[in-house]
Design a protein around this ligand. Structure first.
Ligand code: ATP
Ligand code: MG
Ligand code: MG
Ligand code: MG
Length: 479
């Protein structure tokens, strides 16, 4: 089944169950001080759970663009090294706002996975909240009993507060959850352990695909829980992981969500995926990061030196460096992947298609600009590593790389780690603060890559019809 059909099957299934299909909300949040990017399907629906707003239908279904690169959920360091954590991913969800609860959520999840998608029951595991004394919440017996109707009891595992009690943040709606995990080990792999098929859920090839949250409490400012006036269902299934299961492969990167991008990287760089681990990591990182950057730009978030814009710049610079060092690509090429991405995703996410030109221009400019200093910076960093008497580099050196060569702190940290080195983070922070202070005193607009014509305007998403104007702004680069 193609990924496009997998997404549609999910949405159509819930539409049959009287849900309205809604488009993904933008991933970039402009007015939420607690969150820079949408990091889970529920974020755009926060106000419904809190009872501050009313949806037009109390059953919705969607595929939400999520980004987990900052704050509470940050998977950036995993990306490329494992095969199922991405920066940007789609979270498929079905939502009940004060309507159905545990029984239907569990029944429909099971029906969809085993009947509609035809996933073998013998590779599924589920988890149930074991309860928590501190919060005075008992084990989720109800969920356990519903699951028992579908799956043998040795496949229902107890989970603690960390994994099986979902909280939006320190305050707000929360509740116990049940996760569904899939054992994707190959038959060969299973045979190796003497036919023992039941494995611990921590096994790297037992992958969590779906989280069903039974939203029934509100965490108050003093930390105590109260019952919500209404009970809600919030589910999130990793789309790329579901595709991995459905397409019978062992890695999200082997699904058709990623293979067209990977083939294009192979063609452009003349490297082959699957031959050398370092090359493979680089290819996975780039194929992941181009999606995050492209979708962010499509949502109106251009790379910049502050806030969400800097997160995007950091992701892109990481990708550029992986290409430079491990794929020997010394000129811009990541922007060329946008065409394939748009072909693959443009139907489900029309904003990509509409903003294609802008996305390509911005990525190309960013690549060109960073490539100008990357080589020199890497030479300097090599020298620092060679000459260092200890395994810890000073924060001042990391700062110099940022200030002079545009190396984001996490990029320098990554390269140091690859070489078995660390650096003094607090010292780096101190240097950064001093610089910001100097900047304030000189009270000048600062931007080392883009000339800010009208502050903030380049970052503002004004609408598709102002595309031209944005491209123009982007083109005014400082030389
Ligand atoms: P994991 O334990 O694998 O990190 P999670 O428990 O952090 O996942 P949830 O917050 O429960 O994930 O999100 C719901 C679903 O979204 C997960 O079951 C998974 O399928 C998917 N998901 C979560 N993080 C990622 C990611 N970084 N990349 C791709 N899919 C993800
Ligand atoms: Mg996680
Ligand atoms: Mg988990
Ligand atoms: Mg989870």
């Amino acid at each position: 089944m193609k990924s496009q059909d997998i997404r549609n099957t999910f949405l159509n299934f819930f539409e049959e169950k009287k849900h309205s299909i809604v488009q993904s909300a933008p991933m970039v949040l402009k007015d939420d001080p607690t969150l820079m990017f949408v990091n889970s399907g529920m974020a755009p629906f926060k106000e419904y759970f809190l009872g501050n707003a009313q949806p037009k239908n109390n059953r919705l279904t969607d595929s939400q663009k999520c980004l987990r690169v900052s704050g509470k959920h940050n998977d950036l360091e995993e990306v490329g090294y494992d095969t199922y954590h991405h920066t940007l991913f789609e979270m498929l969800g079905n939502w009940s706002f004060g309507d159905y609860f545990r029984k239907e959520a569990i029944a429909w999840a099971w029906e969809l996975l085993t009947e509609r998608f035809g996933i073998d029951k013998d590779i599924l595991y589920v988890s149930v909240f074991e309860g928590d004394e501190e919060d005075g919440i008992p084990m989720d017996q109800e969920a356990y009993d519903f699951w028992k109707g579908y799956i043998s009891e040795d496949r229902i595992l107890m989970g603690n507060k960390k994994d099986n009690f979902w909280e939006m943040g320190d305050q707000g709606p929360c509740g116990p959850c049940s996760e569904i995990h899939v054992d994707i080990r190959s038959a060969e792999e299973k045979a190796k352990v003497d036919g023992k098929t039941l494995v611990n859920m921590d096994h790297p090839q037992v992958v969590e695909i779906w989280n069903l949250v039974f939203m029934q409490y509100n965490r108050k400012a003093n930390g105590s829980l109260e019952n919500l006036p209404a009970k809600h269902i919030d589910t999130g299934m990793g789309f790329e992981r579901l595709c991995m299961v459905m397409q019978g492969v062992q890695s999200n990167y082997d699904t058709d969500v990623f293979t067209p991008i990977i083939r294009e990287i192979e063609t452009i760089t003349d490297k082959e995926y699957g031959k050398n681990e370092k090359v493979d990591v680089a290819i996975r990182v780039i194929s992941d990061h181009v999606r995050a950057v492209a979708f962010s730009i499509a949502d109106g978030q251009l790379p910049s030196n502050t806030g969400a814009g800097y997160v995007i710049r950091r992701i892109l610079r990481r990708a550029v460096r992986y290409g430079f060092t491990f794929l020997d690509k010394k000129e811009p090429f990541i922007y060329r992947l946008v065409e394939v991405l748009v072909k693959q995703m443009g139907k489900a996410f029309p904003e990509l298609k509409v903003q294609r030109q802008l996305i390509e221009n911005v990525i190309k400019e960013e690549e060109t600009s960073f490539l100008r200093t990357l080589d020199q910076g890497l030479v300097l960093l090599d020298r620092i590593i060679e000459n260092s008497k200890t395994k810890e580099i000073s924060g001042a050196k990391v700062f110099e790389l940022k200030d002079t060569y545009g190396f984001p702190e996490d990029l320098t940290g990554l390269i140091l780690r690859e070489n078995g080195f660390t650096y003094n983070h607090s010292d780096f922070e101190k240097k950064l603060k001093e610089q910001q202070q100097r900047g304030k005193e000189a009270s000048q607009l600062k931007s080392d890559d883009w000339t800010v014509l009208v502050e903030d305007e380049e970052q503002e998403f004004i609408g598709y019809d102002t595309l031209e104007a944005q491209v123009k702004i982007v083109k005014y680069r400082k030389v």
